[in-house]
Design a protein around this ligand. Structure first.
Ligand code: ANZ
Ligand code: ZN
Length: 875
């Protein structure tokens, strides 16, 4: 028996944090003991993660084990990326839930022979940091950097393979300089432009929000939940709409269907036509053309009025004097409503006539022009032709204000509906065009030979309209009236206008001495000197833009910077382009339409700038679920259901926490935390420990009596088969992010080994099985695997070993011969898998032609199946 040394658990435990700090900070903290040397310390002889983990982490750091050779021609590169965290304070269990399984898969691929790059950094600019800093009255920079220091240590306690020398911090001038550089390139290419526009404004955060940051039906600020209002400001936008069509093409990547659908709906492509009406201003003068967007240009003969969005630029010009008061009141009223309210289908329709008329280009009809809130200025052309007979909203509006309804599609029975009798608009399915001049008799629909295409051809031929596509996608609004962000690198010169900061003057540094509290004005505007500068073009006085960029700019391209975080000649070192695009990305589904769309746009813009040669930033994407509190609700401080990973690591060890998070359920589903479930993991890891460290048979035999069925002897060949099946299953499952079933498979192998131990311990098969088990668990429980590997004499490091190979022949389930009896007499013998269940055996017996012959039509009364023995059919 090995001598049992009392585990110095307390001593080891106390050194946990010191080790972590040691790996990050160059200097040791005074007053704390140095880490124990690797060789002289007697290790505890039972599983003691508090002792093992910091020691292994220090060893990996000291030996630079996870250093990534960026130009390695021998191994294929594999860029594995997980979404970078906000340095919001403490690391919470959600961070672990996203990072630890990713680390496991990255480690697995590393063992599979890939040169794996799995970097990490911090999304360090933005509102969360700034709001928290405001609350605590410390400078956002100090607060952010302190958080990052803390989180870095916490990340290290996870034992991940992050190459810390590639860390990217987005609030570092070395990083945001390239945000500015990209901004200038976008400006020069017409992809960045400025416009005076109504924007969504959060009165509490005192800033504009992108459309995506306005959440919920009641349109609240994503960050602070305050209802959003509209405000007019000069804003910079990135022209993401220039790529709308290309962004709908998902063929060059393998992303979850759900994300594709969310993006497709967000982009919202609509095919139809633009039709031009001439409007006559009440005051006289030249007619003003109004272009409408319609998906049903074929119903043009049934258009009985036009509706403009209240914000439409022609409203003032087309308003008759007697309507001015009513129109002004209506415009103000609309401005207070949200888009959702305006589009609500059950809402009573309201509107005001302008007192002007337009001419229907195809039949010369004079039709009135109205404004109504159900028409949005931001969609299509902000103006519609109303066809009340065939569009429900127009129908309700016409009924409300007694406007004419003219049907132009006859249902299949041939008779046009009587407008007075209609109770709803008729969409025209299966109908035929009527009352529509050249379209009469054409089947209604958008297919070939149907009315929509015929109408477009007619309009084009007569110069009255053309085919058009419109998108719901809006340009990306990037200006923020906040301090903690990248300064926008544009100057305003009274002579030269908008002037980009010359590239050799980048970065435009964010000054530290600013009153960063939100006033509604950009804090940089209140700085006494910062914004005053000279125009690089004419040398005259100029002013800087005082807004900062949306932080989604930072995260749109950070993965390029990871490759060469200190590269000074460009956003990334083109010599490292072989790593791109990212092979596998992991992160939450909540980023489906913001970050994941922006980063696709950014890569396409980079491609068009000649910086990269591919079209999509990340080839594969996996969305993990979220980990919930023990009560099944989202973890939050106010609910008091937050699980602190540091406590758990202190209590159970990082390996147990890692494994538990992967075991809790399918990774893409997440689930509630259940600390009791932790025990199963601890028990498993302890069994692995026992198997790998104890080989004394008497002790083992006593121990194995506690395992059910311990009398059952697992034969050599069965163990081999199990082993090969487990290698196969753990590999397949890890590949497919099925970490929970991979752990189950390893647990089963562990249990099988426990049962077989009395017979096999010490044999070559046994040793091979233990060795293999350690290799399989290495990506999952990296510290434990390293420790046990070393104790069994393996060469450092287990993490540099190749993933074990498996043999299909050895993994195949054995077959056996089963007799089939009919009324007790053997009539056939079947080859079946050794583990076939009763249903499978009965089915095989019934399917046998010889059995059928013997039965010869006799009805089967009963079938008796004894698995592994026989099938007896009573006929
Ligand atoms: C005439 C018409 C007749 C229409 C008909 C539909 C049915 P989607 O599919 O969502 O793109 N529309 C156009 N611009 C609008 C705006 N800015 N605000 C509100 N509604 C607008 O819808 C396109 C249809 O929505 C367009 O086709 C237009 O109504 C309306 F039997 O034009 B349609
Ligand atoms: Zn100038």
């Amino acid at each position: 028996m090995p001598t049992r040394v009392a585990p110095p658990a307390q001593v080891w435990y106390n050194t946990v944090t010191d080790h972590c700090q040691l790996t990050a900070a160059p200097k040791e903290k005074p007053g704390h003991p140095a880490p124990p040397p690797m060789t002289t310390q007697e290790p505890p002889d039972r599983y003691n993660p508090a002792a093992i983990e910091p020691r292994r982490q220090a060893q990996w750091a000291a030996t630079d084990l996870y250093h990534v050779e960026m130009q390695d021609s021998a191994r294929p590169p594999y860029y594995f990326l997980t979404m970078l965290p906000y340095p919001s304070g403490d690391l919470h269990i959600g961070h672990w839930f996203t990072m630890a399984p990713s680390d496991t898969r990255a480690r697995y691929l590393r063992m599979r022979g890939y040169n794996v790059f799995f970097p990490i950094g911090f999304d360090a600019f933005g509102l969360p940091a700034e709001n928290a800093a405001i609350k605590r009255n410390i400078h956002p920079k100090i607060w952010t950097y302190a958080n990052m220091d803390r989180m870095r240590q916490q990340f290290k306690s996870m034992g991940a393979i992050f190459p810390w020398d590639h860390e990217v911090i987005t609030c570092d001038p070395e990083y945001y300089r390239w945000n500015q550089w990209f901004f200038v390139q976008f400006f020069k290419r017409g992809l960045a432009y400025r416009k005076f526009a109504p924007v969504d404004w959060c009165p509490s955060c005192n800033t504009t929000l992108a459309r995506e940051q306005v959440v919920g039906e009641d349109r609240r600020c994503e960050r602070c939940d305050t209802p959003v209002i509209k405000r007019d400001l000069h804003q910079w936008l990135f022209k993401i709409t220039a790529y709308a069509e290309e962004l709908l093409d998902f063929s060059k990547m393998d992303w979850p269907e759900r994300v594709e659908t969310l993006q497709r709906n967000w982009i919202g492509r609509s095919e139809g036509a633009e039709v031009v009406f001439q409007a006559h201003p009440p005051a006289g003068g030249d007619p003003a053309p109004i272009t409408v967007f319609t998906t049903r240009p074929d119903t043009l003969w049934g258009a009985t009025f036009l509706v403009l969005a209240p914000e439409h630029p022609l409203v003032a010009q087309l308003t008759a004097p007697e309507q001015q008061a009513a129109v002004a009141a209506y415009v103000t009223q609309t401005g207070r409503q949200t888009e959702i309210d305006r589009l609500a289908e059950d809402k009573e329709k309201t509107g005001v006539p302008l007192g002007a008329f337009a001419v229907n280009p195809v039949n010369g009809a004079r039709i009135p022009i109205w404004i109504a809130d159900y028409v949005l200025v931001s969609y299509g052309t902000g103006a519609i032709m109303a066809v009340p007979a065939h569009d429900q909203r127009d129908f309700e509006f016409a009924r409300q204000y007694d406007l004419p309804i003219v049907p132009v599609i006859a249902p299949s029975d041939g008779a046009l509906p009587d407008p007075a009798a209609m109770t709803a608009a008729y969409k025209g399915e299966g109908g035929t065009m009527a009352n529509s001049g050249p379209l009469d008799g054409t089947p209604s629909g958008s297919g070939d030979g149907q009315s929509v295409k015929a109408a477009i051809a007619y309009l084009a031929a007569h110069n009255q309209g053309q085919a058009a596509i419109t998108y719901r996608l809006r340009d990306w609004l990037v200006s923020r009236q906040r301090y903690w962000g990248t300064p926008i690198p544009i100057l305003y010169c009274p002579t030269c206008g908008e002037v980009p900061v010359p590239e050799d003057q980048l970065p435009v540094l964010l000054p530290d001495d600013v009153d960063f509290r939100p006033t509604g004005e950009s804090p940089l505007k209140l700085h006494p000197t910062w914004r005053f500068t000279t125009c690089p073009q004419c040398g005259g006085p100029a002013e800087r833009d005082t807004d900062t960029m949306d932080t989604f700019v930072d995260s749109a391209w950070y993965h390029y910077r990871y490759l060469s975080p200190h590269y000074a000649a460009g956003p990334f070192d083109p010599a490292l382009a072989g790593w791109l695009p990212v092979a596998q990305y992991t992160g939450g589904i909540e980023h489906a339409v913001m970050h994941l769309l922006y980063t696709r746009f950014w890569t396409k813009a980079m491609r068009d700038m000649g910086l990269v040669t591919f079209d999509e930033p990340m080839t594969r994407l996996f969305n993990q679920g979220i980990i919930l509190g023990p009560d099944g609700a989202r973890m939050s401080k106010s609910r008091g259901n937050v699980i602190d990973p540091d406590d758990l690591v202190g209590q159970y060890g990082a390996d147990a926490v890692r494994c538990f998070l992967m075991f809790i359920g399918p990774w893409d589903q997440g689930g509630p935390w259940n600390t009791r479930g932790m025990e199963g993991i601890i028990r498993w890891l302890n069994r692995v420990w026992t198997l790998a460290t104890d080989s004394v048979r008497t002790e083992i035999a006593a121990d194995s009596a506690t395992i059910p069925n311990s009398e059952f002897i697992i034969h050599n060949s069965e163990l081999v088969r199990r082993l090969h099946q487990t290698i196969r299953d753990v590999g397949d499952d890890t590949d497919a992010f099925r970490f929970n079933t991979a752990i189950s498979a390893m647990m089963e192998l562990t249990n099988a080994l426990m049962k077989a131990r009395a017979d096999l311990a010490g044999s070559p098969v046994w040793d091979e099985a233990i060795r293999t088990l350690l290799l399989l668990i290495a990506p999952y429980a990296p510290h434990l695997a390293e420790e046990l590997w070393e104790r069994r004499g393996g060469a450092y490091s287990v993490h540099n070993q190749p993933w074990p190979a498996w043999d299909a022949a050895l993994a195949a389930a054995d077959t056996m011969e089963i007799p089939v009896q009919i009324n007790g007499k053997i009539r056939d013998k079947l080859q079946v898998p050794a583990d076939a269940d009763p249903a499978a055996l009965e089915a095989a017996a019934r399917a046998s032609p010889r059995v059928a012959e013997w039965l010869a039509g006799k009805p089967i009364r009963r079938v008796i199946v004894v698995p592994g023995k026989l099938v007896n059919i009573l006929a």
